[in-house]
Each structure stands twice: as C-alpha cells, then as structure tokens.
Design a protein around this ligand. Structure first.
Ligand code: GP9
Ligand code: MN
Length: 434
C-alpha cells in the first residue's frame, strides 16, 4: 500500500548519496556496454598459472589508465544467481530472499529500470545480447517490463552443434555474430552482453582451447577447468574489442564490466585454496566470504587518464546510481537501494542476501564478527559492538524494505518526475523466424 511505499521512500531518500562533482557526467552521451562476465571472480584478475596470465586482456583493461577498477566489490546474489545480478544492476533493488525475482514475480512487477530511465532521460536505445533461449530466467517477460527494446537471444544466432555449450552460444561467437544487430542500433545505446561459456561445469571443446595455456591440476576438475573457460572468455573479449575499435564504437562508449557471482562454490574452495597461495586446512567461512569479490570496471576510453584501482567497498546494488551519475543523469528521484561508489556519502556496508555483511573493517557471518585485516574473530570494544549492531540493523532494514517494494509491487504507486510507465506490449522480441 501507499504507506508501505512511504516507508521505503523515506529510507532510500535518507540513504541517497550525492554525486561526486569530478565524476558526474564524464561519460555523458556515450554508448553503454554492460559486459556480464559469467561466474567470474576477482581472484582471476592478475592471476598467473604456470607463468601465464589467465585473463591477460581483462588485466590490461583493469590496469588501464582510463579504467576505474574496484577491488573490494562484492556480488550480492541469492538463489536467482545471474538473474539476481541483472536485477540489481538494472534496478538497484535486491533480489528476493528465496528463489529468483525474475521468475517468481518478474512477469507482473513494476520496474523503474535502467533501459526505461536512460531512454526517457537521455534518448538511449536498449538491447540485450545473450546466447541462451529467451525464456531462461523468464527474461523475455522481465526485459519487456524493464523497457528493453531489443532482446537478441539464441534464436537470432546459429547455435547448432559445436557452436554451443550447456548454456548456449559460445562467447566468441556471441560477440562475433551479434555485430550485425549491434551495428543497427540507434546511438546512443545501452547494450548488455551476457556471456555463458564460463559457467559450470566449465567444459570447452579442445578446438576452443588455447594450446599455450596450461591450467592447474588440483584433482578437482571444476577448479581446473574454471581457468580454461575464464581464459576463453578473456580471449572472446579481446576479439570483440578489436572489432569495436575498428568499427569506431570504442571511443564513444563506456564499458561496465562485472562478474555476476562465484564460479567456485564454498564446498570446492579448499581445493582452490592452494592455487591462491592459501592453506586448505584452515579454510573457513571468513575465507568464503572474501571470495565473493567480483570485478567491477568502468572503462571510459580517451577520458583523460584518471583511471585507477579503487579500494572502496561496494556491491552490485551500487552499480546503477554510479553509472547514471557517470552519464550525467541524476538518480535522486528514483527508489534505489545502492549508492554511487564515487560519492563521499557512499554506504560502504555491503549486504549479502542472507543478511551477512562486509564493511571495510569487519566481516559478519551468522552474527560472528571477523577482522578483515587478519581473518580472526574480532575482539570488540563496547562502542565497536554498538556500531556493528547498527550496521546489522541497517542491512536487515534495507533487505526487508527492498523485499516489501518488490513483493508488494509498490512501484506501481510511485511516479517519479517525468517517468512514463513501461508498457510491455510495446515490445516484441521475436525474430520473425519462429
Ligand atoms: C543462462 C545464464 C546462467 O542464460 O545466464 O545463469 P546462472 O545459472 O548463472 O544463474
Ligand atoms: Mn551466472
């Protein structure tokens, strides 16, 4: 009801972080590429195996002079995995405590999402490129409610035979075969690429494997193969960027590159530990939480060389307000739970979907507080305890309010200035062939 909406609005208004003046609008008018790196964890960045970088191309972007890279950025997904990550990035609201928001309520929910906002405020065309079938995670319905104009799913590509792995078209082919559609998009566009090849069980035909890259031998094939498909994903991006530069689409774009969630699960982490130079026998839930870091990079070519690696703590919920401010579109009037990562008022408490959380100093897991600096259980003063209880309260409240907003479809009552309600029936993603 409307009073429930009020409670949400009161929270997000108070929580809002005003933009950093030196960053606001630095990517104004550029095309936006959202590049979703499937199952890609931060530890892959700069990782060398047998003397070779696993992801040399992404590393070059990560360290590039026009890239703002974050090394304390966490995934916050729940059971909705990829779809939860997408929901957070498009709406700056959380996924649900159980299941996937996309599949459970996404067909009927009211969204005030990036594609609609950017179209209405800044004239952006929007499209998703993905090599799996449109119905997976209910995307065909959700994207319409988000205001996506185009969805180029598996039906737009030849996915036959060895062109696909378990979740669809191989990444190199997705990037290559999407070009003919990408080139048709009216600029500026907001284009999302969701990769799939680096997905469990990380299988890859030998013809797609780089003979010059030898992976680890941990005795766990999931861990070993993870590096192989991550390497392939890296090569696929390199090829795509080569095309974009040739086509003249590179310089006038901003690239948001992020990992959606872990690829190696908690139960497999002890097998991974030695590869990361850690001990398997002392591996614990603190270590599992630290591995929830995923990459986040904002690459803004030819933007003056002020890029750097930023140690600010944040999570997927924070991407949308950050991006909007880089594009010079104020986020203030919308209901969003994240805060601009570049703002001095940014909230550095990162909530996990199960109410655990991480701050720059502490990690809280099932109520146990660990010191980030040494991974040991923290000895806390009264005042520190108090302040962590406050953090926990905020985390609980934030998740509850986000759930209330989505579960009760409260955005249907909310009319931010100038926002035209999205009409799903405006969109038709069929390619006319089926
Ligand atoms: C499939 C893909 C995988 O289309 O996006 O989703 P996930 O299994 O990672 O949630
Ligand atoms: Mn995923």
């Amino acid at each position: 009801t409307k009073s429930e909406l009020k409670a949400v609005k009161k929270f997000t208004d108070a929580h809002y972080a005003k933009p950093n003046k030196s960053m606001y609008g630095i990517a104004k008018g550029r095309n936006v590429f959202i590049i979703h790196l499937e199952s890609f964890q931060q530890f892959l960045i700069d990782k060398k195996i047998n003397g070779k970088e696993v992801t040399p191309f992404l590393n070059s972007i990560y360290h590039g002079s026009n890239t703002y890279s974050f090394d304390n950025f966490f995934n916050q997904v729940g059971q909705g995995k990829t779809s939860d990550a997408e929901n957070m990035l498009e709406t700056s609201t959380y996924g649900l405590a159980q299941g996937s928001l996309f599949t459970s309520i996404g067909s009927d929910n009211t969204f005030q999402a990036a594609p609609a906002i950017l179209k209405q405020r800044a004239g952006y065309t929007s499209a998703v490129f993905h090599g799996n079938v449109a119905s997976f995670w209910n995307r065909n319905n959700v994207y319409k409610n988000m205001g996506y104009q185009y969805f180029f799913d598996a039906s737009y590509y030849d996915t036959s035979g060895d062109k696909s792995t378990g979740y669809g078209l191989k990444d190199k082919l997705l990037f290559k075969d999407s070009v003919k559609y990408l080139e048709q998009l009216q600029q500026p566009f907001y284009a999302k690429y969701i990769t799939v090849t680096n997905h469990l069980p990380y299988t890859l035909d030998s013809e797609d494997q780089d003979p010059n890259f030898k992976t680890v031998d941990t005795g766990d094939s999931t861990v070993d193969n993870y590096f192989v498909t991550a390497h392939y994903l890296d090569q696929s991006l390199k090829e795509f960027f080569t095309y974009l530069k040739k086509a003249g689409l590179y310089k006038n774009s901003i690239f948001v590159i992020y990992g959606d969630h872990y690829g190696i699960s908690d139960s497999e982490n002890p097998k991974l530990a030695p590869v990361l130079g850690k001990s398997a026998s002392s591996w614990d839930s603190f270590d599992n939480a630290q591995l929830q870091r995923v990459p986040l990079m904002f690459l803004i070519p030819d933007s003056g060389g002020h890029g750097r690696i930023i140690h600010t703590y944040g999570g997927e919920i924070d991407v949308l307000p950050t991006l909007m401010h880089l594009l010079g579109v104020s986020s203030k009037r919308y209901i969003q739970f994240g805060t601009d990562l570049f703002s001095s008022q940014h909230d550095t408490t990162v909530a996990f979907r199960n109410k655990d959380f991480v701050t720059p100093k502490y990690t809280s897991i099932s109520g146990v507080i660990y010191n980030n600096s040494n991974g040991k259980k923290a000895k806390l003063t009264k005042a520190q305890k108090k302040s962590l209880e406050k953090d926990q309260d905020k985390v609980d409240k934030e998740l509850d309010l986000s759930d209330s907003l989505n579960e009760k479809n409260l955005l249907r009552f909310y009319h931010p200035k100038g926002f035209k309600k999205v009409k799903a029936s405006d969109y038709n993603y069929s390619d006319g062939l089926d």
